[in-house]
Design a protein around this ligand. Structure first.
Ligand code: GLC
Length: 611
């Protein structure tokens, strides 16, 4: 028996001794790192707060909306203390703020909802009240600088139950329709503004290369020109602050390179030479900046052994100097603190590399402490601090945050309005890609005798919406308003048509065979690295439902609801038609609009799909 242990024993005594020492040292270092990370971080006590709106009595020039913005920024910047400038560089997740007045006590520049960071009750009014609460807390500070409240809106204001859920970007990519994307963005910002939210962490400008990546569906696809054109349109349509993300090369990570032990490719290493990185991934950001993007989010990926938030060449030399980007760079999630085991060193590295606002997103008191030390020591220069603060203030003034009526009473009924749902329905229609259509099965007649419908995604708004819907990982089932694909089919057919639905495909063997069997199958919701998958394919259960339905139908139509291509090679030979519906969102009736010929198939594959 030559087990590893036997082989170990055969080593010489000196080798065993050395090996033992190495193992002990390794354990020791690991233990020290673990204990170091458990140490409580030093905390900054914060600074004085004032009576609410006290600052308005000053009549300082920065409050005068008749003055040029640059003059207002200069006046405000010259009045700010070092700590007040540092506070503007902090972006904090709202659940980490235990005392709302800390917004003023630390002069926080940004507050956000990590996806699913919802109010209680989780209603449009609840969102408006929550955001107004943080905004009013900012008015107890000496200078009354308003916060920027940020949320993810990659397919509508989808945190909020009742909002219109648009197709995810992969479906918009299939439309290749910049005007439609512009209107989608406009409708999204209209619903955001109804909750007084002025900052969207969209558009995603990643150019996806490996569809095994769990974020494929968040992208407009794998063609840099399409991503650039549609990304620019989205920025132009958004009437709030947009965020071009994730800078740079976040769609070209290498499978198996993730720095997150739970993931395979998300947060991984972008292994591209500089020319390929720039030619593939920079054009969408260049276009977005031309379209007016005023924030750029640094990705969680690594390039040439550097975390993106530490890359001064890409963040400062390329983005800020070559592209003349005048807005601010925001880091992604906890990414800055992944640069080094030392939080102090991480912050110094990221800020000096060009990060202007740090998505902490948790501990703002230690952030203030370390940053104050870094500026006092000169590790972060006053010039760099002023540059970052100026960029942030400029955007806030341009958004009108200093001048808006904080006692406004927005019309919440725009959330999920019929007009916005109609735009979403149009987007669904235009996103559908006809993968196969033998014997001109499609379009279907509305007056066939009998149709049977089956499948895991036929009557499930959660499946057709995908993740980033109320919850980060989505909500499987029918929990939000909308129209399922099944409901759309039922509404489309004539009264004389017999339509039977059975999710599992259990149709009576003795009953009349259907003229048409429609099976709607695909992926369960997933977000980010939790969707990294070595072989995206239909599940065994879905394939069984397809077989059972085919056995009871003259012709079979399979509709795939997924965030990316699924492997159906060799499986679809006796499926008469196959439609890629991507993740259509709340307006599932858009599928029936095309299925029954009211509109033609116009969608084009945004990524390669091998059949
Ligand atoms: C996530 C994502 C980013 C998102 C941010 C805030 O980690 O990478 O796309 O905008 O956190 O939710």
């Amino acid at each position: 028996m030559h087990s590893t242990f036997m082989r170990f024993l055969q080593l010489s005594k000196s080798k065993i001794f050395i090996l033992t020492i190495l193992i002990a040292v390794g354990i020791g270092i690991g233990g020290i790192i673990f204990l170091y990370k458990q140490l409580p971080s030093p905390q900054h006590p914060g600074f004085e707060i004032y009576a609410q709106d006290e600052f308005r009595k000053s009549n300082y020039p920065y409050l005068d909306k008749s003055l040029p913005i640059d003059q207002r920024v200069d006046d405000l910047l010259n009045r700010m203390t070092t700590d007040e400038k540092i506070g503007q560089m902090a972006l904090v997740e709202k659940n980490s703020i235990h005392d709302p007045l800390d917004v003023s006590r630390y002069g926080l520049g940004g507050v956000m909802s990590g996806f699913g960071g919802k109010p209680e009750p989780n209603t449009p009014q609840g969102w408006l009240d929550m955001v107004n609460g943080f905004e009013s807390s900012a008015r107890y500070s000496r200078l009354g600088i308003p916060i920027l409240y940020g949320v993810d809106t990659n397919h509508g204001h989808s945190n909020v139950p009742g909002a219109t859920i648009f197709p995810h970007f992969i479906g918009l990519g299939a439309t290749s329709d910049p005007d439609l994307v512009r209107r989608t963005a406009q409708a999204t910002s209209e619903e955001m503004l109804a909750t007084n939210i002025y900052w969207s962490f969209s558009p995603n400008l990643d150019v996806v290369s490996d569809i095994r990546w769990g974020r494929t569906y968040e992208t407009f696809g794998s063609d840099p020109n399409t991503v650039a054109e549609l990304g620019k349109a989205y920025v132009e349509g958004l009437s709030v602050l947009s965020t071009a993300k994730h800078y740079l090369g976040n769609g070209s990570m290498e499978w198996g390179s993730s720095k997150n032990i739970n993931f395979a490719i998300d947060q991984g290493v972008t292994r591209l030479d500089e020319d390929t990185l720039i030619s593939t991934h920079l054009p969408p950001f260049k276009a977005a900046i031309e379209g007016g993007a005023k924030s750029v989010m640094a990705g969680l990926n690594t390039w040439e052994d550097k975390k993106m938030a530490a890359n001064s060449y890409l963040l400062t030399d390329v983005l800020k100097k070559e592209l003349n980007f005048q807005g601010f760079v925001v880091s992604d999630w906890y990414g800055v603190y992944e640069i080094s085991i030392s939080k102090y060193k991480s912050l110094v590295t990221a800020v000096n590399a060009g990060v202007d606002m740090i998505m902490l997103p948790f501990d703002y008191k230690s952030f203030m402490y370390y940053m104050e030390k870094a500026v006092q020591s000169g590790d972060i220069s006053e010039e760099r601090l002023n540059d970052a603060t100026r960029r942030i203030l400029l955007v806030k003034f341009e958004l009108g945050l200093f001048d808006r009526d904080v006692s406004n009473n927005p019309d919440l009924s725009v959330l999920g309005s019929q007009a916005n749902r109609d735009i979403a329905r149009e987007a669904v229609r235009k996103s559908l890609v006809l993968l196969k259509n033998t014997g001109e099965t499609l379009p279907l007649s509305k007056s066939v005798d009998r149709i049977v419908v089956a499948g895991s995604a036929a009557d499930n708004i959660g499946r057709q919406s995908g993740a980033w819907t109320v919850e980060w990982q989505g909500i499987d089932g029918n929990w939000i308003p909308g129209t399922t694909i099944l409901a759309g089919i039922k509404a489309a057919v004539s009264d004389s048509t017999d339509i039977e639905y059975n999710e599992a495909g259990n149709f009576s063997a003795s009953g009349k065979r259907a003229d048409i069997g429609i099976v709607v199958v695909g992926e369960k919701p997933y977000a980010e690295g939790w969707g990294d998958l070595a072989h995206p394919a239909l599940s065994k259960d879905d394939l069984e439902v397809i077989e059972k339905t085919k056995a009871r139908s003259e012709k079979l139509v399979v509709i795939i609801v997924s965030g990316r291509p699924l492997d159906i090679k060799g499986l679809h030979n006796d499926w008469n038609a196959v439609v890629a519906a991507w993740l259509p969102g709340s307006e599932g009736q858009g599928v029936a609009d095309v299925l029954f010929g009211d509109y033609p198939f116009t969608g084009k594959l945004p990524v390669t799909w091998e059949l």
